[in-house]
Design a protein around this ligand. Structure first.
Ligand SMILES: NC(=O)c1ccc[n+]([C@@H]2O[C@H](COP(=O)([O-])OP(=O)(O)OC[C@H]3O[C@@H](n4cnc5c(N)ncnc54)[C@H](OP(=O)(O)O)[C@@H]3O)[C@@H](O)[C@H]2O)c1
Length: 316
């Protein structure tokens, strides 16, 4: 343990960081030690990580001093923000900047920043193909993450920019699972037309990140996109039908309809799907399946993820 290099894991009690923490902790012969950052070190999830051998430290992304202390002496850090807790791109940008500053100040050798595209590079604010949201964003929960890339590059932090993909776990936790129509038929709804949606088991994001940390310097300064599969809505519905033993239809609604569904963030997600649909060749091309599998040889396909998780998908 004394010779192991410490990875400070932001979001260790969550999906992405948790996957990384578990990947490191279940590889006792590996080169790393986990320092799990959390605002609440006495939570059940923090206790579970401590039980697996993690060092748990208190830190808050809104408190730069706590981050500096938590990064001190570490070799690397996994950096992630949680837009859906506050719905504020400005807060996300500020939190990413705090992490970049702490990484630079403490001399980290390898940072992974869990980012997404700044879609305004493809759809400038003046482009009315999709509405501008919150006055200066097209896809708020993407744009601020992409904008924050510069916080890391401007400070010269040795960073891998990790482009993540749609979690298939959204079918369980994010209200995106199959819903019954008035005739009782299950349907998934996405404004993707016949285009492919790169997706991934949330747990595999952290496993890919572990592969990136293991490769070290070869990956600093690089942008890497990961996915476990690129599936159209029809292909997802077919796989769901097979796994659930009941027909699931795919409803390819227009993006305007999705934006108007009325749940919090529907407009942001409607623009997100439209971006993925309208720039599909770029978006899928940026998330290479072979490279993802090379980083994480146990990468799950959608069918494998369904076999393990189908009972957890709520069918309303
Ligand atoms: N759902 C998707 O399909 C998808 C796809 C790609 C990217 N994403 C992005 O993934 C991000 C969320 O990551 P996740 O799914 O891993 O999150 P999650 O499972 O919801 O967990 C959130 C994590 O963030 C930590 N956290 C939040 N605010 C913090 C703060 N102020 N200080 C310290 N830690 C804080 C929490 O730690 P404590 O509560 O223990 O402090 C927790 O570990 C979002 O920004 C989202 O846009 C989602």
């Amino acid at each position: 343990m004394a010779s192991k290099k410490t990875i400070a894991v932001v979001g260790a009690t969550g999906a992405q960081g948790g996957g990384l923490a578990r990947a490191v902790l279940t590889d006792p012969d590996g080169p790393f030690h986990v320092r799990a950052l959390t605002r609440n070190p006495v939570s059940d999830k923090a206790a579970e990580l401590a039980g697996l051998g993690a060092e748990v430290v208190e830190a808050d992304l809104d408190d730069p001093g706590s981050l500096r202390r938590a990064f001190e002496g570490a070799y690397g850090a996994y950096c992630v923000t949680n837009f859906w807790e506050h719905f504020s791109p400005e807060k996300e940008l500020a939190q990413a900047t705090h992490m970049a500053e702490a990484a630079k100040d403490t001399g980290l050798e390898h940072v992974i920043w869990s980012t997404l595209e700044d879609t305004r590079r493809w759809v400038p604010l003046g482009d009315d193909r999709m509405p501008t949201l919150m006055e200066k964003y097209k896809v708020p929960h993407f744009d601020a993450k992409g904008e924050a890339d510069r916080a890391f590059t401007d400070r010269g932090a040795p960073t891998t920019f990790l482009l993540t993909s749609f979690y298939w776990d959204n079918l369980i936790h994010f209200g995106m699972g199959p819903r019954r129509d008035p005739d009782g038929v299950l349907a998934i709804t996405m404004p993707m037309g016949d285009k492919k949606l790169p997706g991934i088991a949330a747990e595999d994001i952290g496993k890919c990140a572990y592969g990136i940390f293991r490769r070290g310097r070869d990956y600093t300064g690089k942008t890497v996109g990961i996915a476990g599969g690129h599936l159209s809505g029809a292909e997802m519905a077919a796989a769901l039908s097979a796994a659930l033993g009941e027909r699931v239809r795919y409803d390819a609604v227009p993006a305007e309809v999705y934006r108007g569904l009325g749940f919090p963030g529907a407009d942001d997600l409607g623009n997100m799907f439209q971006f993925k649909r309208d720039f599909n060749a770029y978006y899928c091309g940026a998330r290479d399946l072979d490279e993802s599998r090379a980083l994480n040889p146990s990468l799950q396909t959608f069918e494998e993820w369904l076999a393990r998780n189908k009972e957890r998908i709520p069918l309303e």
